[in-house]
Ligand binder design. Structure first.
Ligand code: AMO
Length: 428
């Protein structure tokens, strides 16, 4: 049996009337009218109407929707209002039969809740809205890579099974590694910093793991992080890179993902620059002014960020955070060492990214580890590299799923990752 096709559905044009084609795809609908069946078949590029006549009908007798067919036929004009042409079938091969009923209706006419859809993700992907989210995600990734490569960043892959924590001790998944305890990486932080020695500008796009028991619409136990690290840069430099990356993603997808936006039902609006930059101190004042009890140096909770997000609905940076709120590798400000050269990128209340300038002196780094209650002995391998010519450097990590939430206007992160992992979900 042969499986190949001559055309994708979107390759069929009106000037091909009279031409023979072989299509392959999934039965979306079957309507029998006397001795004729109107069949619609969908592949990843589009949908086509097929006319099945006479004895050929026996081939599709009792066939359920979502079965897989290979159809040979001739392109002809049509009276149907939803199609420009139709295919007059000459041969039909059933390549796979689908059951009835399916666990969910892939056409979305019968709505299913998100848990039922996630439990049947493969068939959920035949829903055009779901498929459009992941086609959009693909374009977002390709835009991100394009921007970073143009800015001379080199793509790397760091280990996900690691021997000690990268972001301090909390929120680590541990596992047995040939009789030793290993951990799943929370971020590529230490490795990406070390790679600035040899490669100067690096980026990674990969899954990372956080053992947080968070039941929110924005936390995952396994999320996708876009990370960069760059030698000879300060936090303001990497903020500019992040800003232009976001602007590029918005521009690229607004132009190249028209169909996806239509199906998702959310228009991607090109953003203007520069993004507003507000200091932690300004944000502190705004939250206090709203009547909230807060001490300078307190972390900003979700409830605080919701207040700030109301005033600043789009993208904005919160800069110069109190040093004690930021990870041990963060560099202090020269004029006020209680503050740090750091930032978060926000979209309203939602944190999309954090980053900063890093310490690059091993002695300072060791004392900072101690100040934060961490043991420098746990970081020997990392600290060694700081004596091998560590350049000043800065970087950030951006949550890809959270960026997808801003692009789709969907407020549940589980919609924008294939098989979400959260405290209640480990399968499928
Ligand atoms: P941070 O821990 O702030 O920083 O993570 C960076 C970004 O990753 C995303 N993110 C998450 N997304 C979904 N679910 C989660 N559980 C989750 N945790 C984080 C967020 C967040 O802003 N090493 C630093 C980055 C750096 O300084 O380079 C880090 O990991 O969008």
């Amino acid at each position: 049996m042969r499986f190949n096709r001559t055309h994708n559905i979107d390759e069929i044009k009106l000037d091909m009337i009279g031409q023979k084609v072989i299509l392959g795809g999934w039965v979306e609908d079957l309507r029998k009218l006397g001795k004729m069946t109107f069949l619609t078949i969908r592949d990843v590029t589009g949908i086509a109407q097929v006319i099945v006549k006479g004895e050929l009908n026996a081939q599709i007798e009792n066939l359920n929707r979502q079965s897989v067919l290979r159809i040979s036929g001739t392109i002809q004009g049509t009276k149907a209002k939803d199609f420009d042409y139709e295919v007059n079938a000459e041969k039909i091969e059933v390549l796979a039969k689908a059951i009835h009923p399916l666990p969910i209706d892939p056409l979305g006419r019968l709505e299913s809740n998100i848990d039922t859809r996630l439990n049947s993700r493969a068939i959920d992907m035949r829903n055009q809205k779901t498929a459009s989210i992941f086609k959009l995600r693909h374009h977002v990734l390709s835009s991100i890579r394009k921007t970073l490569i143009e800015k001379k960043f080199i793509e790397i892959n760091t280990p996900k099974i690691i021997g000690s924590a990268s972001e301090g001790g909390a929120n680590l998944f541990s596992l047995d590694y040939f009789g030793k305890t290993a951990y799943l990486a929370q971020s590529p932080q230490l490795y990406k910093e070390q790679m600035t020695i040899g490669l100067e500008r690096v980026f990674e796009i990969a899954s990372f793991y956080r053992a947080e028991k968070s039941h929110t619409g924005r936390h995952l136990a396994e999320f996708t992080s876009v990370d960069i690290e760059a030698a000879f840069m300060d936090y303001t430099d990497v903020m500019s890179i992040l800003e232009s990356l976001i602007l590029d993603v918005y521009k690229f997808t607004s132009i190249n993902c028209k169909e996806e936006q239509k199906i998702i039902g959310h228009e991607i609006k090109v953003r203007s620059s520069p993004f507003e930059r507000i200091t932690y101190s300004n944000v502190f004042d705004e939250v206090k002014a709203a009547g909230v009890k807060l001490e300078f140096g307190d972390d900003l909770l979700d409830s605080h960020l919701r207040i700030v997000g109301e005033k600043h609905p789009g993208f904005y940076f919160i800069t110069d955070w109190p040093l004690k709120l930021k990870p041990f590798y963060t560099r202090e400000k020269d004029d006020d060492p209680s503050l740090s050269r750091s930032f978060d990128l926000q979209y309203g209340y939602l944190e999309l990214s954090s980053g900063g300038t890093r310490l690059h002196d091993s002695e300072v780094l060791k004392s900072r580890l101690r100040e934060q209650g961490l043991d420098p002995a746990q970081f020997v391998d990392h600290l060694k590299a700081f004596d091998w010519g560590m350049p000043p450097h800065a970087g950030w990590g951006l949550g890809l799923e959270r960026l997808m939430m801003t692009l789709t206007g969907i407020d549940n992160v589980r919609e924008v990752i294939l098989y979400p992992r959260d405290p209640d979900r480990l399968t499928p």
